[in-house]
Every structure is written in C-alpha cells, then in structure tokens.
Design a protein around this ligand. Structure first.
Ligand SMILES: [Zn+2]
Length: 209
C-alpha cells in the first residue's frame, strides 16, 4: 500500500469516528470565512475610523432589510436556547467565540462588569422557566475596565454600576435562592457555573477565588 493510500485510509477512519465534530467545526470555519469575506467589503477601518453615526445607522438599516429578507426565505431555527451566558459588554469579548456557537442558539446577556441586578436575576429566572435553560454561565473577565472603575475614585461617575460590581457576590447568592433556580438546582435539571474569560483568547477559565 502506498503512503498516499495509507494516509487516505487514516483520514477516512478519523472522519468516520469524528464526523460530527468535523462537520461542526467545518461549518464554523465556513461561517468564519463568510465573516472574512464580509469584512473585505464592510470591515472596520484599520485607522479606527468607523464612520459618522448617520452612516453607521444607515448601514445597520440596510443590512437589517437584506438579512430579514434572507431570514424569511430560509427560515430561522425554531430552537429554544438551552444555555444563557452573562458576560461583560467589553468590546474585546466575542460571545460567538466564547460559547463556540455562531447560530445564536444561546441567550447572551451583556452588561458592564457582568453585574447581576434585580432585573437581570429575574431575566435569568424567566429564561430558566420559559426558554427551558439547562445551563447558566456567569462570567467575569480578565482586565475588566468596569471592575477597575468600581474599585477606584472614578466609581462616583458610575455609582449604580460600581455598586452592582461590588455587590456581585451577594447578588449571585440571591440568584441561587430564587424559587425556579433553587428547585431546578436541587433536582439536578439546571447547572449554574461561574467562569473567568481570558480577554485575549476568549477561553473560559476557572473563576477567580
Ligand atoms: Zn469588563
């Protein structure tokens, strides 16, 4: 058997074993390729100039009109999200990378400093009940600007958010005590996990102690 045939055989065996993973990752690669192509014609200016607000709004409305037409033709997924991730609105964080999903199957809640306010806690509980969430990921991230603000003299400029960052631990405990959350945690039908996101890579790391 030639080397080429042996290599082909090995590839076929690997494909037979890992075909689901190969197709999923391959599909993600095609999405990334699509983003790359879109970026060529409508990317961020390398100089940091992204256009006047009116131009940006016009582009959003044009893109929306076209995307909604395509969505109508193709039909979007009727899938209910099973995962919710709460994360900071830091623009360096790409939620698609962090949840490894570009299909928008997951609920993503973004707030400065990943704060858990009363309304966010209610939103999570609502998601657990109505969207049948099975996993809730509460994240912080490295080099968080909002955390720095909250623990500095600048906190007085953003008093509500800063206080919310300082109370995050207390609010986390309150989330766990909400009836719909507590009962599902006890029954083992819901997981609530905390992670710290590496801002540079998007990788989920164990939470900071
Ligand atoms: Zn942040």
């Amino acid at each position: 058997m030639t080397f080429t045939r042996s290599l082909l055989l090995i590839l076929l065996v690997l494909l037979a074993i890992f075909w689901r993973r190969v197709l999923f990752v391959g599909g993600g690669g095609l999405v990334s390729l699509g983003h790359l192509i879109q970026g060529v014609v409508s990317g961020f200016d390398r100089k940091g100039e992204i256009g006047a607000p009116e131009e940006i709004l016009e582009r959003v409305l044009t893109d929306n009109e076209q995307a909604s037409q395509v969505e109508r033709w193709l039909g979007g997924p009727a899938h209910k999200p099973e995962v919710m991730i709460v994360m900071c609105m830091d623009p360096r964080l790409n939620s698609e990378v962090i949840v490894g999903d570009s299909r928008h199957y997951y609920d993503v809640v973004r707030l400065p400093g990943s704060v858990l306010s009363e309304d966010v806690i209610e939103a999570i509980e609502l998601g657990v009940q109505e969207h049948r969430l099975k996993v809730v990921l509460l994240t912080t991230h490295t080099d968080c600007a909002m955390e720095k603000v909250a623990h500095s003299a600048a906190a007085k400029e953003y008093p509500v958010l800063s206080l919310a960052v300082q109370r995050r631990e207390e609010m986390f405990q309150r989330l766990l005590q909400r009836p719909a959350i507590a009962s599902r945690l006890q029954a083992g039908t819901l997981l609530v996990r905390r992670f710290q996101i590496d801002t540079t890579t998007g990788r989920l790391l164990p939470p900071q102690p």
